[in-house]
Structure formats: C-alpha cells, structure tokens
Design a protein around this ligand. Structure first.
Ligand code: PHE
Length: 339
C-alpha cells in the first residue's frame, strides 16, 4: 500500500509540472481530485488494510492529500494570474504622461506687478483675511454710520463675543497695519484676497484679489502718485496705452481719483466690455487723508503720502483678453493652458 501511495505521488508531481493553463488545470483536477479520482480510490483501498497498519498508512495518505491540495491551489493561483493579464503586461508600451501644471494666470499677473513695483523701490507686505471693523473701516476714516460703508457690501462673521469681525472687503486695512508698525518712509505694495457680498457675474466675483500701494514720506505729492501709477500702467499694458485720472471719492484719501485705461477691445471706440464709454476703470487712488495718518500716529504736518488699490483679476483680464472673470476660476485646462 505504501508503495502504491509513493507511486501516485510521483505521478502527481509529474502532472503538477504540466499545469500551465486553465485546460491542464482542469485535466489535473479530473484525474486526481474528484470523487472517482486517484486520491479517493486510495482512500477506498484503506478498507482492506489490516487494522494495525491503518494509523501509519492513513498518516502517509493524509500527507499526500495535503501535498496535493497545497500544490494544486498554488498552480491554480498561477493560472488565474495569467488570465488577469498581470504576467502579460507589455512594459514597453508608453505610459500615461501626467499633465504638468504651471503658474495660474492670476499669480503670473501678481508676479509681474511685484516685479514692476520692486523696480520702483516698493517692498511687499501682507495682511490678514479676517479683519475687524477698526482696521477695515474705522481707522480708514469711515465713521460708524457713514454711507460710504455701503460702497463695499461686507461679509460679517458671527461671533458670540464680538460683532465687529468681518472678511476684509479691501486691502486698505493693511495700510493701517503698515503705518502703525513702521515709521515713515514707507513704500510697500500689499497684495491679497478680498471678499464682497456681490452677485457673481462676467465682471464681478464675491472673492477676488487686490493690490494695495502705499508711499509715505516727507513732501510726497499728487505728482508722485500720478508718475508712479502711470509708470506702472505703461510697463504693464504697453507704452502706447492711454490713461485718464478722474476725480473720485474714498473716505481715506483726499483728493481721490480713479484711473481709467482706454479699452483693450475696442481701442476707445465703445463696446460691450467698456459699456460703450471707450474706457475701463483700473485703479482707485489718492493722497492719504490726514485723519488716517493721525489714526496711525503719523503727523500729517510732517509727512504726506499716497495710496492706490486695484483688482488683480481686472489687470489679468486686460492683459490676456479674457472677457469673463469667471473663466479664471473654473479650472478649465483648455483656458488655463493658454497662459
Ligand atoms: N480700497 C479701495 C477699494 O477697494 C481702493 C483704493 C485703495 C482707493 C487705495 C484709494 C486708495 O475700492
């Protein structure tokens, strides 16, 4: 009997070596592992084995059964893996090439703006997005119930202890923080994100970017403001672009102005983008109001200065020709990859 078991083992070993596809796997199973297979046949022969030999022979037969089961399941796994294609993977095929990103057009514009102002001696400073009423309004000469507060529809933040916390509606509060923390001369630009409760349209967003500019020193005049803004605009938009300074009002500057550039689309003839005026507003500016200087501990009899602020999205639209501001934030690679 032992001999028969050993012979079967030899046959099984040879048969295992022939398994390399589902068909040979099945042939092996039908020959050895089914009810009428070779293993079961030996089990039946156990009946005629004398009683005292049964434990010893049974043990050897069990070992053979374990051996077959182990190697059969290994062979099965091998064959199934082949079926899923893992082993037939063609490693010479070209891979999926990942798309390589690049600097977003808004950031490109900001980098260019920083470059131009750095060339005129301006440093870069940043403020905070969550401001209080004092920095966003009060210190900028907006008294508590001044109607100019309505110029910027503000998002207030619910707080159990305070009711004066808000998302900053412009970058001008950074002026206050600069002047309180630094002695003049001050010459900085302050880029950052601002928030207004405005409907999202082709021309406006509720969350956008501004760059603030501030220059405080002895004897700074409106001529310096005009020269600085014009020099920036010519470098940004081209030597032959045209600008006008139009009188305007901001509580924190006096006198105040807005700067318009001739429309990039219609070249001043009037179109949909410039609302048929031929001009696009690009910048608010003015001489820092004496009250603001005083609020920051700077003596307006000794120092004077100018401030300006403009939207980075607007500059990007003018520079790229994108006519819908929303395109800048939809993350459509067909648009972004053009810049
Ligand atoms: N903060 C103003 C705005 O958001 C712009 C501005 C900045 C005007 C600095 C004058 C001086 O509308």
């Amino acid at each position: 009997m032992i001999e028969t078991i050993q012979q079967l083992k030899t046959v099984i070993e040879q048969d295992l070596a022939t398994i390399h596809d589902p068909a040979s796997l099945e042939t092996f199973r039908l020959k050895h592992l089914v009810k009428k297979g070779t293993l079961q046949e030996l089990v039946e022969q156990m009946r005629s084995v004398p009683k005292e030999e049964k434990p010893m022979i049974g043990k050897v037969l069990n070992e053979l059964r374990n051996f077959v089961e182990l190697h059969f399941s290994e062979a099965k796994e091998r064959v199934e893996q082949k079926d899923t294609g893992i082993e037939t993977l063609d490693v010479t095929l070209p891979g999926n090439i990942p798309m390589i990103g690049h600097v977003h057009p808004i950031r490109q514009t900001l980098d260019r703006i920083i470059d131009i102002f750095a060339g005129m001696g301006f440093s870069v400073a940043e403020g905070i997005d969550i401001e209080d009423d004092y920095h966003n309004y009060e210190a900028l000469n907006f008294p508590a119930d001044h109607p100019a507060r309505d110029m910027q529809d503000t998002f207030f933040i619910k707080d159990q202890k305070r009711n004066d916390v808000m998302l900053r509606s412009h970058t001008s509060p950074v002026q206050i923080r600069m002047m309180k923390n630094h002695q003049p001369p001050i010459r900085s630009i302050m880029p950052g994100r601002v928030y207004r409760n405005e409907a999202v349209t082709a021309r406006s967003l509720a969350e956008f970017h501004q760059v603030e500019g501030l220059y405080i020193d002895k004897g700074v005049t409106f001529a310096d403001l005009k020269g600085t803004v014009t020099s920036f605009a010519k470098q940004m938009y081209g030597e032959d672009s045209k600008f006008t300074f139009r009188p305007s009002y901001f509580p924190f500057t006096e006198p105040s102005a807005e700067v318009d550039i001739n429309c990039y689309l219609c070249k001043g003839n009037g179109c949909r983008v410039c609302k048929h005026s031929g001009w696009l507003e690009i910048c608010g500016c003015g001489m820092v109001h004496p009250n603001v200087l005083r609020n920051c501990g700077i003596d307006p009899d000794i120092y004077s200065g100018f401030a300006f602020g403009f939207g980075i999205e607007r500059v990007t639209m003018l520079a790229t020709g994108i006519d819908d501001i929303r395109h800048l934030y939809e993350n459509d690679m067909r648009i972004l990859s053009q810049f």
